[in-house]
Design a protein around this ligand. Sequence first.
Ligand SMILES: [Zn+2]
Length: 578
Amino acid sequence: MARSVVAPGRKSKAVDAFPPFPRRFAPENLDAGSKQALDPVFMDLEERPLSSPEDLVRWLEDWSELASVVSEEEAKRYIDHTCHTDDPETERRHLEFQREIAPFVKPRWQHLKQKFAACPHRTKLDPDRFRVLDRTVMNEVELYREENVALETRDAELVSEWQKLSGAMMVYVDGKDRTIPQASRVLEENDRVRREKTWKAIAARRLRDRDPIDAIYDEMVRNRDRRARTAGFANFRDYAFREKGRFDYTPDDCVRYHEAVEEIVVPALRRLHERRRKKLKLKVLKPWDLAVDPEGAAPLRPFAKVTELVGGVRDIFARIDPALAKLFEAVRDRGNLDLDSRKGKAPGGYQYTLDAQRVPFIFMNAAGLQRDVITLLHEGGHAFHAILSRQDPLLWYRSTTAEFAEVASMGMEALGQAHVEVFYGKADAARARRVWFEDILKIFPWIATIDAFQHEVYLRPDAPAADRRAMWLKQRRRFKGGDDWTGFEEEHAASWHAQMHPFCVPFYYIEYAIAQIGALQIWRNAKKDRAKALEKYRAALTLGGSRPLPDLFRAAGTKFGMDAKTLKPLIQAVEDEI
Ligand SMILES: [Zn+2]
């Protein structure tokens, strides 16, 4: 059965939220999955004479249009695949793009970047408008190596293998095979025996695939290290910092962040866990005791059906800003939400913008949990970012690097906290809020663990899987709370396998810490002046990626920073709130 993730635009009021941008350059019916069709469009850009700064600007806009069409083709195939990893046809189409089209377009983009770098009019462009684009393109020109294209293709294949293995994991609970997100619901229940049994079943299922997953990761790490060395870097860490366009902080700043977390957040997390242990009247907290309500209340169950999740989150947006709720409805009416957890779906959640239509798509695995409400608020924030910056003719400026992109999403989680009553009575709403703040005390150390682990992994790329397990446990000892894993050493050493980032998007994680620091500042601003905080949030999102990172933070009414001085008052405020 042919599947299309993008429903044809319905004739309804909601469609007005996304007026189309008629193409000026790429043919409307261009098949971006066909090399033959793409070739002449690339040729036009490659061969066009650029005899003035105005020519150059027009050329950049045309390039942006073609890049949007190609990006959308890749997005549609990726979305289709992650929604149906068990459908061989979606896998074939996704891999076809990665194996055929990506290696075809990458050298062509490179050609355009070099043409830009060599263009004498480049330096005459308005720096205020083009500084960020110029910096980004020049960085990519310097990093690019033809030999690396094949290695990147292989990386995408390995990611797909990991997704297939993880998506196929099922656990037998209550007489039925369930996905891991579905089974994890039991971990919030009060019956400790059931929690233990389910946690063990999940951990055992993951452990069963430990060796094949380690083998995938082995190849990923070596492959990535080779890419870095090919580009003239000593290791993949330094390469990844440049590749991600991290112009405003260094690996040393991350190390200082790890130290700040150890000093400021880990003690707060251990205090939190100690209170939990006492309330639960336990001698030791085991890993299956972390998600249950310590007061013995029934698990938060904000919704039963995905339609209720969508309706409730819409109502939260409406209370924050009715205009945002309208945008969210428009995404829904377009058919661009795939939210339920089912067999064969890739794990996790994401927002992916269809760049030619300039419309967001949201993917997640909702299982009826409070966490799902947070995830949809989060991805909704990304979607607003895409929509508010969609007017910009330059694709480069319709998104930004993750450090601020995640302020849009986490900022929306923070702003949504005041309105979780939409899903709950008064007591449960207070509890849901408390959980969100408690999660902040957990997330900063978890980010430090994942980040410090990856720093070590890529500085020793030939380390065997057993050494990596030791590296992981070392970081866990530094950053973990009061949970006791005695008797589950193997499970503990492999527990990072559940985290998609080291596999799919290496080094992409510290961004969440930087962004959470921004989001907490937005939350504090909103406590003082709700309207002004929202106005600044929207203003910063509208800038998309057109400004450097510190400017975007400033526009949002926040300060860019990840040191102890910035972190301390925020953690203090979070502990006060709890
Ligand atoms: Zn996000």
